[in-house]
Design a protein around this ligand. Structure first.
Ligand SMILES: NC(=O)c1ccc[n+]([C@@H]2O[C@H](COP(=O)([O-])OP(=O)(O)OC[C@H]3O[C@@H](n4cnc5c(N)ncnc54)[C@H](O)[C@@H]3O)[C@@H](O)[C@H]2O)c1
Length: 274
């Protein structure tokens, strides 16, 4: 997909952060934006800002964990705008907690939103992307979908899952010579509300602080990189120098990555806390 002008772009989790920046940037480039989120106030702010600048956007209240609602949403988007050409499954939640502390409810929520939310969006929209004739699917994983990080076991599981799911579909569509591009996105730290919106409130120790300090890149910069990846037909798009550095480090170290991270983790966690 070389140009977004006149195309219908679907963005989940568009009420904040990277999703909002993607919605803004797509509208600025002439796309008709179907924005959705569970956070209706955040979503309204995104849509209002776009329309005030003369762009085209409509907001849908949508919980990506509800497969039937996502399916109905896909049909409504196509009924409203005539097609679905670019779908960005972006909605997500974080959970930074030691494995012994996190509850089954918290883990289930992270997997439901971050992995199954992506699956629901893909399943619901794929027939329309195929019908578009020049469709593109973008699933937002994370740097944590490439490298394992301590205190992120549930998030790692979901984001590694997004990568496996997305790459399998990319191969499947390429083998079938289907007219749909696929990009799996792996952002490093982006300065959004993800830490505040996380499943578990911040700890009063170095753990939460360490993660929040890593969130540096402005969301609009992340959006620009993601859209460039789409235009270049990239299968895998890393976002940020931190993502590249840790990905290369993990690739070079192989399984010894876990030993190195274990030593680094000692800097932020008291002895025996795990
Ligand atoms: N910020 C980062 O450093 C970073 C790094 C790597 C990956 N990511 C990923 O990028 C994506 C966007 O995150 P962000 O940083 O913009 O966070 P954010 O918290 O600012 O935005 C996430 C949005 O998703 C929405 N959302 C949450 N659960 C939902 C649900 N069930 N249904 C629909 N919408 C839901 C939230 O309401 C929010 O508006 C996520 O998938 C996240 O995992 C972020």
């Amino acid at each position: 997909m070389r140009s977004f002008s006149g195309r219908t772009a679907v963005v989940t989790g568009a009420g904040s952060g990277i999703g909002r920046a993607l919605a803004h940037e797509l509208a600025r480039r002439g796309a008709k934006v179907a924005a959705s989120d569970v956070d209706v106030a955040g979503l309204e702010a995104t849509v209002t800002a776009i329309t005030e600048l003369g762009g085209t956007a409509r907001g849908w209240s949508l919980n990506v964990t509800e497969a039937h609602a996502v399916e109905a949403h896909a049909a409504e988007v196509v009924a409203t705008f005539g097609s679905a050409d670019l779908v960005i499954n972006n909605a997500g939640v974080a959970l930074a907690a030691r494995a012994v502390e996190q509850t089954t409810k918290e883990v289930t929520k992270v997997v439901d939103v971050d992995l199954l939310g992506v699956v629901h969006g893909t399943q619901a929209f794929l027939p329309y992307l195929l019908a578009s004739g020049d469709g593109h699917l973008v699933n937002i994983s994370s740097l944590f979908g490439l490298v394992a990080m301590p205190y992120n076991s549930a998030y790692n599981a979901a984001k590694f899952g997004v990568r496996g799911y997305t790459e399998s579909i990319a191969i499947e569509l390429a083998a079938a010579r289907a007219p749909v591009g696929v990009t799996c996105v792996h952002p490093g730290g982006v300065a959004t509300a993800i830490a505040q919106n996380a499943e578990r409130p911040a700890h009063n120790d170095g753990l939460a602080t360490a993660f929040e300090q890593a969130l540096r890149m402005p969301p609009h910069r992340a959006a620009t990189i993601i859209l460039r990846g789409v235009q270049r037909g990239r299968r895998r798009q890393l976002v940020g120098a931190d993502a590249w550095a840790l990905h290369v480090g993990q690739t070079l170290l192989g399984a010894r990555w876990m030993d190195v991270m274990g030593v680094l983790g000692r800097q932020v966690v008291p002895r025996h806390a795990a």
